[in-house]
Design a protein around this ligand. Structure first.
Ligand SMILES: *Cc1c(COP(=O)(O)O)cnc(C)c1O
Length: 495
């Protein structure tokens, strides 16, 4: 039986997986959710013997039921190949009493590669299936990592273009260089004078502009999204939780069926929602610990039931989590109020009008699988230093937030279950902040000198993604204000 998708705001039901991927965001402004979360139909014992690609097939076929076996296998085998620097794709590292699930072995050295390596294949397959004639324009807001990972996936893919908006002063130097040196005739990168929320709000506005959609349709274009609002981002992210659990079983670290906890460094709430989906599929996860940085809007939400973005936006050392409007939370809200689309729409209207909404006691009860914590910049730095000095394990600033929150959670609750920590970026992507944490002072060296020092100090090989930007030519230099985003998008069509 086909698994169909519906909008969290009630305007669309009965949407196939391939249509949901093509559109990204529903026309009513809502996010697509599957009408039920499917169960795994293979046993943990079977999963324990599977490769990453086999696990991906076992998970994805449950969600993407209108893709044929052949199509799915084609997408999977082209996505998870030598682009990754390890055959395991997502290896586990044990350090300091935690299992770090390393999700940064793809082309752009952040976890976004896990889903964005496959999204272009989903998209082109879905376009064929649905007889799409238009060129697909991927419109993306990035807090630093999605942009590069999406461009690297879509660069020169026939029938697609991609436009990325990033906060001009809100990303690391390596992140910025990675984006500005991107090759591919169909790629465009624009720095906006604003923060990630401005970029994301602007993109959503363009998606909801139905006149604009008609206008560009006449020109032969249609929009889609590479952000985690696209269900095609979320589903591939479920895979690595299943894979990690099965590998812990296979390696004798846990007993089959033993419950584990998961800590996820969270921004747009996509990665942790994928872990929740994995739990709903039947994976023995007990608690999902949502780790925030200084922008702790999610922590406050889980503690108090009130979501309130009316606060200062803080630029931190973990920029990919500098977000005050977490889009994917809408999916959890929808599920937690019993799929009440009207209620969800009301909350989202309150959010855009006053920046605030409240959950009901029933919703809070539904969300009790989630725990939340936060680590500020100094706690994060202390954790990175400790992890390196005591365990010889180098982590990046986002993983540092998660590890610090994991320790706080354990101290507070006494919950000693085995913990999987999502390790979301290579430390080389945030070399300056990582070195500052370990040295205890702002390093004076230039970016690449610092990277070489980090390599000498840690012995961790310098990833190919860093070598690629050392001497690469800058190819993009566009800037705009948030209110100019629509015009900017249009101007790239004439290219
Ligand atoms: C995007 C990102 C996050 C946050 O993930 P969400 O799915 O947005 O919650 C955390 N760490 C890194 C390195 C990222 O790139």
């Amino acid at each position: 039986m086909d698994l169909l998708y519906e909008s969290t705001r009630g305007g669309e039901t009965g949407v196939t997986a391939s249509q949901a991927i093509l559109k990204g965001l529903a026309a009513d402004g809502g996010l697509y959710v599957p009408e039920r979360i499917p169960k795994l139909d293979v046993s943990l014992a079977q999963l324990a013997g599977m490769s990453y690609q086999e696990t991906a097939f076992a998970v994805m076929k449950q969600f993407l039921t209108d893709f044929t076996e052949e199509e799915l296998k084609y997408c999977i085998s082209h996505a998870y190949d030598e682009k990754f620097d390890t055959e395991e794709i997502a290896p586990l590292a044990k350090a300091g009493g935690m299992y770090f699930l390393e999700l940064f072995h793809g082309k752009t050295i952040a976890f976004k590669d896990m889903a964005l390596s496959i999204l272009p294949y989903f998209m082109t397959t879905a376009a064929k299936k649905n007889h799409v004639k238009n060129e697909i324009v991927i419109l993306t807001a990035t807090s630093g990592d999605t942009g590069k990972a999406a461009m690297s996936g879509f660069a020169d893919v026939p029938g697609t273009r991609i436009i990325v908006f990033y906060p001009k002063d809100g990303v690391s130097r390596v992140q910025e260089l990675q984006m500005l040196t991107q090759k591919g005739e169909n790629t465009a990168v624009v720095g906006i004078y604003g923060n990630f929320d401005d970029a994301q709000t602007g993109v959503k506005k363009i998606f909801n502009d139905h006149d604009f959609a008609k206008e560009i349709d006449a020109m032969g274009f249609q929009l889609s999204s590479a952000n985690s609002i696209n269900i095609g981002r979320l589903i591939p992210q479920v895979v690595y939780y299943v894979y990690a659990y099965a590998k812990l079983c296979a390696n004798g670290e846990i007993k089959e069926g033993e419950t584990v906890n998961v800590t996820v460094p969270t921004g747009n709430f996509g990665n942790i929602l994928a872990a929740y989906f994995a739990k709903q599929m039947g994976l023995p996860i007990d608690r999902l610990i949502c780790a925030s940085n200084d922008n702790k809007v999610l922590y406050d939400f889980f503690e108090t039931g009130v979501y309130d973005k009316n606060r200062e936006f803080i630029l931190t050392s973990s920029p990919s989590m500098d977000i005050l409007v977490s889009s994917n939370l809408e999916r959890l809200l929808y599920l937690s109020c019993g799929r009440d689309a009207e209620h969800t729409r009301e909350m989202m209207d309150q959010l855009s009008a006053g920046g605030r909404y409240e959950s009901t006691p029933e919703m809070r009860e539904f969300m009790k699988d989630f725990a939340a914590g936060y680590a500020d910049m100094s706690e994060n730095a202390a954790e990175i230093k400790k992890m390196f000095e005591e365990n010889g394990y180098l982590i990046d600033t986002h993983t540092g937030v998660a590890a610090a929150v994991c320790e706080k959670y354990r101290a507070l609750t006494g919950d000693g279950k085995k913990m999987i920590v999502a390790s979301t970026a290579s430390p080389y992507k945030f070399s300056r902040s990582v070195m500052e944490a370990i040295l205890g002072k702002q390093p004076e060296a230039g970016e690449f000198e610092l990277i070489d020092k980090m390599h000498e100090m840690s012995g961790v090989p310098i990833p190919q993604a860093i070598e690629e930007i050392r001497d690469a030519k800058i190819r993009h230099d566009r800037r705009c204000r948030p209110e100019e985003m629509k015009e900017t998008v249009k101007s790239t069509f004439s290219k």
